[in-house]
Structure formats: C-alpha cells, structure tokens
Design a protein around this ligand. Structure first.
Ligand code: SF4
Length: 276
C-alpha cells in the first residue's frame, strides 16, 4: 500500500553488486524485512516511487494509472538521514528475538569473510540498552577472543563510556560486519550488504534509545548516505526511528589523537540525549 500525502522517497546509497540482479533483490529483501520488523506497513509515495509504480507511456509504453488514494493509520517511513527533530516512527519496544538472530548467524558462511575468521563476533552487552555502539568492523584481537572492541581501542571505548557515566556492561556493543576481514582491510560493500540485515535485526530486538556509530562505514551504511563522517558527526540523525550519533572509531583516534576533542563533544551530546 502506498500513501500519497507525505512525499518522502526512500533513498539509500548504492550497494555492492547493484549491477547484479541477485544481489539487488537480496538487498531489497533485507531492507523490506527490517522495515517489516519495525512495523512499517506502507511507504509514502514520492515522485520517484510513483514513477516506478505507475510508469508513463513514454517510459514503459503503458498507460498511466492514477495512484490509489489511501486512508487509515498506516505508518510512514522517513529516510534514515532525516534530521532527528522530524517525527520518525519511533521504535520503543523490542521486535524479534536477539537469541534467534544469533542462532541464525552461528557458523555463518554467507560471505567470504568467514574463510579467514577465527571467531564470529556477534556482539555483547545489555539487552534493552540505552546506548548501542556499532563499530565499522572487528579488529584482530576481537577475532581472537570473539568479543567486540578488544585491545587498546576497546580500552579507549570503555574509558569513553565511563566518562559519560555508562559502564561498558550497560551498553550493547557490536560491529557492522561480524567477521574480521583479512589483513584487517575494510569489508567490501558486498560483504556489508550480506551481513546488514542481521545488524538491523539486532537493532530491532534491542530497541536502544540511542545508537553511536563509530567510524565512516558504520555511519554511512546505517544512514544510507555517502556524506563524509566529518560532516555527519556532531549532530543526531534518524536511523529508522532511533537517534544516531556518528563519531570517530577508537582505532582512528589512536592514529589521530587530535580528533579526540571532537569525539568527546559527540559523547557529551549522547550523554545529554540520554539524560532527557
Ligand atoms: S561477515 Fe556476516 S555475513 Fe559474512 S560470514 Fe561473517 S557473519 Fe556471515
């Protein structure tokens, strides 16, 4: 069902393998599953969607069909990148079962990252957390012990959380992809797309108040944008109904300590948001 009133097209960054029909269909399915989990029953009809659904003779050689008017209380979808002060369909209750998501990922071989990993790092922390931290990808130490944000970067994260009054165990911590890429390289777009629906299901099952995306890959993927992290950080964004603050990854801060001040400002904004 499509609503005509609020014209907000669903936009996202081009995902890996979009030229490949199978990958395109799989990506579309992943997003639809996530929206279904959130309870989104319909999409508002933006011009692009209407053109797609009701093509003109010029584009597809068939007659124009007027969109059906719809009424009722169907929820409207707001793009992930809309400002936080918009009114997104807020998720306040968990949807789905975290243990079931984890069970489905057990021994996962869906993408090539499984070949070199030692352990799959699903995530850890409090269920129904106020804050969920999502990093770009697991590090080598994470891979050894099967836990996210280990080593000196993990220690930095623990201290950052403590500084805003959040013990690490009160937060849920995970990564965009669940397996360490070889040679600690960034995951490819295809690998991210393959793993993404499980992260969305984690978010839905945890229903955090705030997400802190650490690193450009996590930020850009969750906000479906290619804008640089430096432009996105410093304010909240709507990630499918959850307030998301992008900031720098501890791995980056270890090499660029001059960015710690900016990260601290982002963390203070999170602290303020959580205090409301
Ligand atoms: S990164 Fe995700 S999709 Fe790829 S093998 Fe690991 S768990 Fe499976």
């Amino acid at each position: 069902m499509v609503e005509k009133d609020t014209m907000v097209p669903v936009k996202r960054e081009a995902l890996p393998g979009d030229n490949d029909l199978f990958t395109l269909v799989r990506n579309a399915r992943n997003f639809l599953v996530y929206h279904h989990l959130l309870g989104i029953k319909s999409y508002p009809a933006g011009p692009a969607l209407l053109t797609f659904l009701h093509p003109t003779p010029n584009t597809r050689g068939v007659a124009v069909v007027a969109p059906r008017k719809t009424t009722g209380s169907a929820r409207q979808f707001t793009p992930a990148t809309s400002p936080d002060h918009d009114s997104p369909p807020r998720q306040t209750q968990p949807i789905g079962d975290l243990a079931a998501v984890q069970a489905e990922l057990e021994g996962c071989t869906r993408c090539l990252l499984h070949e070199k990993r030692h352990t799959l790092i699903f995530g850890e922390g409090k269920e129904r957390p106020r804050l969920m931290v999502i990093g770009d990808w697991p590090g080598t130490e994470d891979d050894c012990v099967g836990r996210p944000f280990q080593g000196s970067g993990g220690e930095m994260l623990t201290n950052m959380l403590k500084a805003i009054g959040l013990p690490r165990e009160e937060v849920y911590i995970t990564t965009l992809v669940k397996c360490l890429p070889p040679a600690d390289r960034p995951p490819t777009r295809d690998e991210i797309a393959t793993c993404l629906s499980f992260l969305f299901q984690q978010i839905a099952a945890l229903a955090p108040s705030v997400i802190c995306a650490m690193g450009p890959l996590a930020t850009q993927t969750l906000l479906a944008t290619d804008q640089p992290l430096t432009r996105l950080r410093g304010s909240f964004h709507n990630c499918h109904g959850v307030a998301l603050m992008p900031t720098f990854h501890p791995r980056f801060l270890e090499k660029h300590p001059e960015m710690k001040k900016a990260t601290w400002q982002d963390l203070l904004l999170i602290k303020k948001k959580l205090a409301k």
